[in-house]
Design a protein around this ligand. Sequence first.
Ligand SMILES: NC(=O)c1ccc[n+]([C@@H]2O[C@H](COP(=O)([O-])OP(=O)(O)OC[C@H]3O[C@@H](n4cnc5c(N)ncnc54)[C@H](OP(=O)(O)O)[C@@H]3O)[C@@H](O)[C@H]2O)c1
Length: 312
Amino acid sequence: MKAFILTEPTGPAGLQATELPTPTLAAGQVLLRVKAISINPVDVKTTEGKALYGSLNEQSPLIPGWDVAGVIEAVAPDVTTFRPGDQAFGMINFPGHGQAYAELVAAPAAHLVRKAANISFAEAAAATLAPLTAWQGLVTRAQVQAGQRVLVHAAAGGVGHYAVQLAKHLGAHVIGTASGGKVDFVRGLGADEVIDYQQQPFEQAIAPVDVVLDTVAGDTQLRSLNVLKPGGQLVSILGLTPDTPARAAERNVTAQGMLVNSNEAGMQQVADLLASGALRSHVSLTVPFAELPKALEQVQTGHTQGKVVVTL
Ligand SMILES: NC(=O)c1ccc[n+]([C@@H]2O[C@H](COP(=O)([O-])OP(=O)(O)OC[C@H]3O[C@@H](n4cnc5c(N)ncnc54)[C@H](OP(=O)(O)O)[C@@H]3O)[C@@H](O)[C@H]2O)c1
């Protein structure tokens, strides 16, 4: 099979196309013929050697990638949930190595869900790590309730654009931050208020909120503590700054970091919301498999709108 491996941690340029044997299936796994792969900032960080989850040598040859959609080609004898021919998608083995940049992937059946016929492979591949992060942040951690006020940072990005839709679906009043050219996009996702964070400090434009989903970190995270109501919560998908716990305690709010996990709840709910149209994937760029590094270069800019997907 064709695959991309990381030969040196020099960014997207460190990825090389190669031929590898078809993976063999372990118990609980299915063999997925990949039709689409989505790219996240963590993919880029992995190629830069910043998030390798085990060294290059230990993993050699290292096939990066986590987000896939495709067709089941074979199943291990103990798998009863899928059959050859089923269309499925999911985030494989995160944290860990999903080995998704390949024509064929051995994936734990438990990390995949069925793809509805009305959703394309590209839309399904996009709706994996990013909306799962939004689900695990807003539902599992923050337990957002109808009527609450929720601030989503980087609301036009991969995680943010799903988080806005999900928070609206949960019945929240949603406020997003985005730069000027993306304000209309975020409003179109259903956000009640959109703040151009480059035109004014967001905290001056927002009445107090119950929940902040922090996708930016640093100073944005610290300033976000000031817009929380007493008892409010900040969930950061980038970890907490050293000053955040003490400042949160002073303000009588809570702050926690989180890392999305393939073994936690949310993927089936994401699939159901996608099938019903309550959640939509906005794919701003698709790149053919042979040019996969170009997809990472786009994500590396930090200014992606929605998702970037590689198609096979
Ligand atoms: N812990 C976890 O489990 C987890 C999971 C997923 C992602 N992450 C991390 O979370 C971050 C976001 O991920 P993503 O997939 O959403 O990234 P992304 O798709 O690359 O996000 C790009 C968006 O960020 C916006 N942005 C950049 N700086 C901003 C700022 N100061 N305020 C508001 N918006 C800003 C950009 O909008 P403009 O172009 O308008 O600036 C762009 O639309 C990444 O660092 C990623 O590694 C962590």
